[in-house]
Ligand binder design. Sequence first.
Ligand code: SF4
Length: 365
Amino acid sequence: MYQVPLPPEYTDLSAEEIRSRIHAAKAALGSGTVILGHHYQRDEIIEHADHRGDSYKLAKDANLHPEAHTIVFCGVHFMAESADILTPDHVKVILPNLAAGCSMADMANIFQVRKCWQELQRVLGDAMSVVPVTYINSAANLKGFVGENGGTVCTSTNAPTAVAWALTQGEKVLFFPDQHLGRNTGARLGYDPETEMVVWDPFKPLGGNTEEAIRSAKFILWKGHCSVHKRFSLEQIAKARAEHPGINILVHPECELEVVNAADFNGSTEYIIKTVESAEPGSKWAVGTEINLVNRLAKEMPDRLIFCLDPQICPCSTMYRIHPSFLLWTLENLVNGVVVNQVVVPDKVKRFAKIALDRMLTVCA
Ligand code: SF4
C-alpha cells in the first residue's frame, strides 16, 4: 500500500504543537477510538497509547473495548492486519503511516510460499506430511495459507508449543518467515540444527537444497530474519561480560542460535520486560532487542543497570516511520469524520487467517 505525503501543514509543526494537538484530538474522539502502541515505538508515540504491548498482546487488546469503533495501531502493517482479523467487522483499523512495514515479514510472500509448497509436494509426493507454521510477524495472506493447509500461527512466546503441536500433526514443519525463531524453537525442542533442519532460500531452485536433504529434514526454515535482532553477536556478549562482571544477558529468540545459546535468558518482548521488571534492584542487564524498548526500560528502572547489547543504535527503522505527525494527521482526520489509512483484510483471507489464529489460541491456551 502506498502512503500519500503528509499535507504541508503537518510537516513543520513543533514537537510540542504536535503533542498538544494529539491530546486535543484524542479528547474529541473519546472512548470510541483506541490507540495501540507497540513496545518498539518511540516515547513520543507511546505516551498517547491506551495500551502498549507486543504484536500478539496488542491484537488481543484491540478487543478489550466493546465501545470502540476505531483502532489506531501504532506498529507495523502485519500487526494492523492481525487486529483487523481479530476485531468485529464494524471496527476500523488504521495504520498512521502505510509505509510502516516489517522487513522480516516482507521476506516471505504468498507467491513464494505457494511455489515452495508445490516443490515440496513434488519432492515428497502425495503422502507429503508437512505442517506450515507462520510467525505472527507475517502478512495476512500467509496466515490464510497456513489456516487453509492445516497449520497454525505462532508468536515468539508460544512457538515451542505451536511447533510441538505441528509435529503431532505431520512429519515435518515448514516454518516462515524467520529462520532464527524456527531454528531456536526446534533446538529447544531437542532437534539438531545441523542434521534435522534445512534453510529454504526462495530465490533458488528447491530452496537451495537437494531432494535428499528435504526428504530427511524435520524442519524447513524460511530464509528470513529480523534486521534488528540479527545485529546481536557473540562479541557483544563477551564485551558486556568483560566490562560488567555478573551481568545478565537477555535476548530475543529472533537472534541467531549461537547468540541465544550464549545468553543467560531468552524470550519474547513481553518476557524481556517481565524479566527485567522482576529483577533485583542493583542487578545488571545487557538486552538484545530493539533500542526504544531498552532505553524505556532503563528510564523506568533507574535502580538497575540496563543497556542495549549492541553499542550502535539499532531502532526498527520501519516502526520508526510512525512519526507523531502521522498520528496527528490520522486523528484530526477522524475528528473531521474522514478515515485515512484503513487496513482491510479481504474476507476470504480473513476467514482462513482467523482459522490459523484461532488454532494457535486453542493449541497454545
Ligand atoms: S523489529 Fe524486526 S520483526 Fe519487529 S517489526 Fe522491526 S523488522 Fe519486523
